[in-house]
Design a protein around this ligand. Structure first.
Ligand SMILES: Cc1cc2nc3c(=O)[nH]c(=O)nc-3n(C[C@H](O)[C@H](O)[C@H](O)COP(=O)(O)OP(=O)(O)OC[C@H]3O[C@@H](n4cnc5c(N)ncnc54)[C@H](O)[C@@H]3O)c2cc1C
Length: 294
């Protein structure tokens, strides 16, 4: 039988897996799953695992940060860039699964954070809104969306709406925290009002700390009287001014509510593949391999 090296932290998790009766050929798979769990702080990319909500904090009126605890306070989820987690819950007798991107650093010890906005008619987001400290949630991952490698592009443009900022922040953080990565990042971030802008402090800090590598342009549908950023919906002119031009050296990432995706790039296909490139980016001359829809 193939011998597997199991990290001490993985050994604790093997205990959980022992309950499953396995054939000799299956044993290797179970141990591999345990090794994945150990590497990712208890997360498993092949099955849902329950995590306890440690604390929740209000971020904006309808958005909270949910901090989930890892069994081992010294472990991290070490998510590959760019990846998300799937959250599963049974709501009104129906199984509901939605993707979320942690906002905590991949190396944060003992916990990971999800920032979730509650929509009035949202099924999973309302379930989050009802969570209390100590409640458990079933989570699976990491689910790799786009395997990012340092310097794979010279300039990455990002167009985000609302909570669509979370996958962008994950990539930007990985790029900016790596001194070997010379990629430039330009972000357009659309929201309804100034109060709706989540993670603004983190983004503004990046813009200050890395003025030559990161810039952010905020756009509001309903700006206040004194607002100096973009106003209305994101337009072709804004994209032309702020995004890197169409080129195989560059790429544009898009993530936001379906109506925004529709206008900017076209939505993903029902099977969650990239779907046809449409909208303003197509009109500006980008090709499908220069655009990635999260
Ligand atoms: C890769 C990826 C990462 C994501 N990361 C996050 C994250 O970190 N945090 C987060 O909060 N969300 C994130 N999302 C969105 C998340 O997966 C859900 O779509 C969102 O929480 C709404 O789910 P729901 O079940 O509440 O709404 P649904 O039941 O799917 O939708 C019901 C109704 O809610 C409203 N609604 C739903 N989504 C939106 C929206 N985006 N904008 C406006 N209205 C909407 C609409 O009226 C819709 O008809 C991510 C999505 C992707 C693809």
């Amino acid at each position: 039988m193939t011998s597997l090296t199991i990290l001490p932290s993985a050994r604790r998790l093997v205990g959980r897996c022992r309950r499953v009766p396995v054939m000799p050929t299956a044993r290797k798979t179970r141990l591999s799953a345990c090794t994945v769990r150990a590497k990712h702080g208890g997360l498993d990319d092949s099955e849902f695992v329950s995590f306890k909500l440690g604390e929740r904090q209000q971020v904006t009126g309808n958005t909270h940060l949910y901090r989930f605890k890892l069994d081992d306070a010294g472990e991290s989820i070490n998510l590959p860039i760019a990846s998300c987690l799937l959250v599963r819950a049974t709501i009104d007798g129906e199984e509901v699964i939605r993707p979320y991107t942690p906002t905590s650093a991949a190396t944060a010890k003992g916990h990971f954070d999800l920032v979730v906005k509650v929509y009035e008619k949202g099924v999973m987001s309302k379930h989050f809104g009802d969570l209390k400290e100590g409640d458990e949630l079933e989570i699976k991952g990491p689910i790799v969306k786009l395997p990012y490698a340092a310097n794979m592009k010279k300039h990455i443009g990002m167009v985000a709406g609302g909570t669509g900022i979370t996958p962008m922040l994950q990539v930007a953080e990985a790029i900016l925290s790596n001194p070997e990565d010379k990629t430039k990042v330009s972000l357009i971030f659309g929201n309804v009002t100034e109060q709706d802008i989540i993670l603004k402090k983190e983004l503004d800090d990046y813009a200050k700390q890395y003025p030559d590598r990161f810039d952010v342009y905020y756009v509001l549908d309903k700006p206040g009287f004194l607002w100096k950023g973009g106003k209305g919906y994101i337009t072709a002119d804004m994209l032309k001014q702020k995004m890197p031009p169409p080129s195989n050296d560059n790429m544009v990432f898009v993530c936001g509510p379906p109506p925004m995706m529709d206008v900017i790039s076209g939505n993903k296909a029902p099977d969650k593949s990239q779907g046809e490139l449409k909208g303003l980016l197509k009109g500006l001359g980008y090709t499908p391999d220069q655009v990635f829809k999260f």
